[in-house]
Design a protein around this ligand. Structure first.
Ligand code: AHG
Ligand code: MN
Ligand code: MN
Length: 295
């Protein structure tokens, strides 16, 4: 059997410029995974989106910012849990967007939870198209790390030897027939309702887990579409453009898929604020194209 490359070996060889940063993010993920059992419960505070925070949301946010600060590699950060841009090392090359814990309402029930990073060499906010990389971690049942650069999308599995290569240059399977949709069905807009009805008629199966990272990861592996759509009650949906939708849109594009806000690629949206939300639809290119037609 050929020995699997470690994450460190792989990034040094294939994505040298980002190697230090990606290895640092992997170390941060290992530590978060170890700490989650000890960081449970509610925090009695709300974030800038008015959402109730958990102990784990706040701890992970602080921990990640502190670690990236210590690394000296990061100039500034936008975090879902922070009101303003966080300034770090002014001489550093990279700017980072962060969802410290995505799907944190899944913590209590032990469903999937993850962390999402977007990587830029520009001041924030910037269009998603300017990302030079994006990365997410899923903490269970086994811990995996997926990162994308313009060289492709790669997945690593956490083992006794740390993160080792599981699959390189991942492309979205074309035959997948899965869909996942967040938000209340009664609030869907007519075009979207019609679109999903069409998918169901074609035999598409609903699988929704309540964490963008998890729901996205199954589309990446099996093919299909994930949406947190525009709703009658929330015209911009729920997901955050900078911290959530842009990194995942970058990854899906490098995997041969596409993203849209209903009108065009999410990666082309000029952010008006760091806390902006965006209707988010990601998946196979053909599915996204049809959806745009109906919407
Ligand atoms: P977060 O835990 O970072 O606040 O993000 C939660 C997001 C996303 O992960 C998921 O797709 C969606 O919220 C779930 O929302 P609903 O509970 O409305 O389905
Ligand atoms: Mn999230
Ligand atoms: Mn979060």
């Amino acid at each position: 059997m050929i020995k699997a490359l470690t994450l460190k070996e792989y990034v040094k060889k294939n994505d040298k410029e980002l190697a230090g940063l990606i290895v640092k993010m992997a170390g941060i993920a290992e530590r978060i995974s170890q700490e989650l059992p000890y960081r449970r419960g509610k925090a009695d505070t709300k974030n800038v989106f008015g959402e109730k925070q958990l102990v784990a949301d706040k701890w992970a946010d602080k921990f990640i910012i502190k670690e990236l600060d210590k690394s000296g590699l990061v100039k500034e950060m936008v975090s879902e849990e922070q009101e303003d841009v966080v300034k770090l090392n002014d001489k550093a090359l990279f700017s980072i967007t962060l969802d410290p814990l995505d799907g944190s309402s899944n913590i209590e029930s032990n469903n999937l939870v993850g962390t999402i990073f977007g990587i830029y060499k520009k001041d924030l906010p910037a269009k998603g198209r300017h990302q030079v990389g994006a990365l997410y971690i899923l903490y269970g049942p086994v811990m995996t790390l997926v990162y994308a650069t313009r060289n492709g999308v790669n997945e690593f599995l956490h083992t006794r030897k740390g993160f080792v290569l599981k699959e390189k240059n991942i492309k979205l399977p074309k035959q997948g027939k899965l869909y996942g949709v967040g938000g209340l069905r009664k609030d869907w807009l007519p075009g979207f309702r019609k679109y999903i009805k069409g998918l169901e008629t074609e035999g598409y199966k609903l699988r929704y887990g309540g964490a963008f990272v998890g729901d996205f990861n199954q589309i990446l592996h099996y093919g299909g579409i994930f949406a947190y759509p525009a709703l009658s009650t929330k015209p911009n949906g729920k997901l955050r453009l900078l911290a959530e939708s842009n990194p995942m849109s970058f990854i899906i594009k490098q995997a041969g898929g596409a993203s849209t806000n209903g009108a065009g690629s999410i990666l082309d949206i000029e952010p008006e604020s760091i806390n902006q939300r965006v209707p988010t639809y990601v998946g196979n290119k053909g599915l996204i194209k049809n959806l745009e037609k109906i919407l």
